[in-house]
Write a protein that binds this ligand. Structure first.
Ligand code: SAH
Ligand code: SF4
Length: 376
């Protein structure tokens, strides 16, 4: 028997093509799309407005399969973290962060990460593989279902769920495990589903890709699927950034700043968010803050300061609250909107950079990744 095709791997155009190859009309693909993503349905037999013969054909050839949650932890602050099985002894994590006016889901794009940033526990585990589009969108699919956000087909409340399009998850950030732009095609397929009205219908402003700065892929994202952009900066000069974020050796700050400016020509927001992890005695002095102000002079931006989240043997400490306040004060005095990220969910290791999942390291990281990117 043929392996069934997982329909979660397709964006709308992909599904329309797959249906066309089987002589089915585009509207059929869109119907199935809605059942899968809006209603969280996995059984073709329940797709009542789809012709019976097509339902039977789909049941033979296809499946709808998201990763399974192997652990579900809830933090005292309401943050919820799922450990998801992605096969071959690999697991990745997705985190839901409820706030008063929004619910943000943080999702992963790779099992591990090859970029090996000095302060990141995901990077320390090494890289195993890219997640498929189904595994990426499957995190949103699953969280939506488990949080009761899937709409019911009739548009009414279903059980303890929210009303139609309840928007339990109002924002998605690709800030979990992995470097999204190193898994470009699958990430873009998943992003298109997040934005599509037949699937999740989120606005571009509410979907954020966070990158450590893979410059050519930033340009491609701008052209193919511009969503809100966050860039992990972490240092104001190349010497320090080379140490903390090794991909900087390939795409140094001058190129990165220029790419941010190009991105803003198409971005759904009129600023880039710079993320900056606060490492005690490493990148957190007044002089670093002043150098940052110079560096980003021509890039409309906001700053998000992230207190370092420790993990065993990291070799770094978190900057003190007072230091972070003074550092932020210098940016604010220069007219840059600056926030300090609240550390959420750290009692269940769900805070930034604590996402470790479980990864079977197969490759030796940066060198290999940089080489593979040279061909692009
Ligand atoms: N690979 C992407 C997205 C995932 S990391 C990127 O690097 O942007 C999401 C954010 O968490 C990044 O800004 C990253 O630098 C930050 N981060 C990584 N490890 C951290 C840690 N231990 N403490 C705080 N933030 C961390
Ligand atoms: Fe990868 Fe981002 Fe961690 Fe760097 S910070 S190792 S790019 S996940």
């Amino acid at each position: 028997m043929l392996t069934p095709v997982n329909l979660l791997d397709f964006d709308v155009d992909g599904l329309v093509n797959w249906f066309a190859e089987r002589g089915e009309k585009p509207f059929r693909a869109r119907q199935v799309m809605r059942w899968m993503h809006r209603f969280g349905e996995t059984d073709f037999g329940n797709m009542t407005d789809v012709a019976k013969s097509l339902r039977a054909k789909l049941a033979e050839e296809a499946c709808i399969r998201a990763p399974c949650a192997i652990r579900d932890s809830v933090s005292a602050d309401g943050t919820r973290k799922w450990l998801l099985d992605v096969g071959s002894a690999n697991a990745v994590e997705a985190v839901f962060i409820p706030e008063t006016n929004r619910g943000t889901l943080c999702i992963s794009s790779q099992a591990g990460c090859a970029l090996d940033c000095a302060f990141c526990s995901t990077g320390k585990q090494g890289f195993n593989r890219n997640l498929s589009a189904a595994e990426i969108i499957g995190q949103l699919w699953l969280a939506n279902k488990l949080l009761g956000g899937s709409a019911s087909p009739a548009g009414s409340k279903d059980g303890d769920g929210e009303p139609d399009n309840g928007r339990v998850i109002s924002n998605v950030v690709m800030m979990g495990m992995g470097e999204p732009l190193a898994n470009f095609d699958n990430v873009v397929t998943a992003l298109r589903l997040m934005l599509d009205d037949h699937a999740y219908g989120l606005s571009r402003r509410r979907v954020t890709v966070s990158t450590s700065g893979i410059v050519p892929a930033m340009d491609r994202l701008r052209d193919e699927c511009p969503v809100a952009l966050a860039v992990s900066l972490h240092a104001p000069d190349d010497a320090l950034r080379d140490r903390l974020v090794p991909i900087n050796r390939k795409y140094p700050l001058r190129q990165l700043m220029a790419a941010c400016q190009r991105y803003l020509e198409r971005a759904p927001r009129d600023f880039v968010t710079f993320e900056y992890v606060m490492l005690d005695g490493i990148n957190d002095s007044d002089a670093h803050a002043r150098a940052l102000v110079e560096l980003v002079r021509d890039v409309p931006c906001k700053f998000n300061l992230i207190p370092f989240n420790p993990f065993p043997n990291s070799g770094f400490d978190r900057s003190s609250t007072e230091r972070i306040r003074r550092f932020g004060g210098i940016l604010i005095d220069a007219g840059i909107v600056t926030t300090t990220r609240k550390t959420r969910g750290d009692d269940v290791n769900a805070a930034c950079g604590q996402l470790a999942g479980q990864v079977q390291d197969r490759s030796r990281r940066t060198v290999r990744l940089v080489k593979s990117m040279e061909g692009r």
